[in-house]
Design a protein around this ligand. Structure first.
Ligand SMILES: [Fe+2]
Length: 237
């Protein structure tokens, strides 16, 4: 199985993605797995998809799967199967994902010094004040890429009609916004505002998220607009 039939190149030699359909709350969305090649041909697999023979053959052609990343408390579904397929890989993610899915067996958290020191190519940032997601996002300085799962979302003409309709209703069609449930369960706070400001300060060239095409047009501005709701009206809110 050729790599190109499974993975799409985002940054030549460094970052690949593959997407698949997923049904969520009655709509069919696209969800993406992002793979980063680290030094020594180690692979870092973010929000893994089902480890089919085709997927694994493509991964094996890219390098050695060393890290399986559960980016937040929701994107854990295929982590156990991927870990079973690659038993020498480390599974990193939040305890909240393990609480939701007892089949997830975490090696360590993304704030563990052993993890951070082993993956210097990726800078983890944990946005505070968004416990609904409990997400860690990752900055890849070499390419200016921010890798996230549910930090942002958008629908476009490539999406299934069910999500296109829902996205229009939710104001997410052709617009980069937070997922509707994230918006619903996140309150404005200084903690969120400071976290988004921290991410905005990064030299972003693109933002890769699970449920939208790569965001390359004004990524910093679009991130800021999407999270504008989280800036408290009064300091300390
Ligand atoms: Fe998601």
């Amino acid at each position: 199985m050729a790599i190109a039939s499974v993975f799409e190149v985002v940054v030549p030699g460094s970052i690949w993605v593959t997407e698949r359909p997923i049904w969520f709350s009655g709509v069919r969305m696209r969800t993406r797995t992002t793979v980063v090649r680290l030094s020594g041909d180690a692979l870092w697999v973010h929000s893994p998809c089902t480890p089919t023979d085709d997927v694994c053959a493509a991964l094996d052609a890219l390098g050695e799967v060393r890290w399986i990343v559960v980016p937040n408390r929701w994107h854990h579904l295929q982590a156990p199967a991927t870990a079973a397929r690659y038993p020498d890989a480390h599974v990193v993610g939040p305890v909240s994902a393990q609480s939701r899915n007892p089949h997830v067996s975490l090696t360590m958290g993304t704030d563990d010094p052993a993890y951070v020191q082993s993956t210097p190519e990726l800078i983890p940032v944990q946005p505070r004040g968004v416990p609904f997601l409990d997400e860690t996002v990752f900055f890849h300085p070499f390419s200016g890429s921010l890798i996230a799962a549910d930090l942002l979302i958008s629908a476009c003409a490539r999406d299934h009609w069910s999500w296109r309709i829902a996205a229009r209703i939710w104001g997410r069609y052709g617009k980069i916004r937070t997922p509707p449930d994230v918006r619903m369960y996140t309150r404005a706070s200084t903690a969120v505002a400071e976290s988004i400001a921290q991410i905005r300060a990064l030299p972003l060239q693109r933002i890769l998220v699970a449920h939208a095409d790569p965001i390359t047009d004004r990524p910093v501005q679009q991130l800021a607009e999407a999270w504008n709701f989280a800036i408290p009206s009064h300091p300390g809110q």
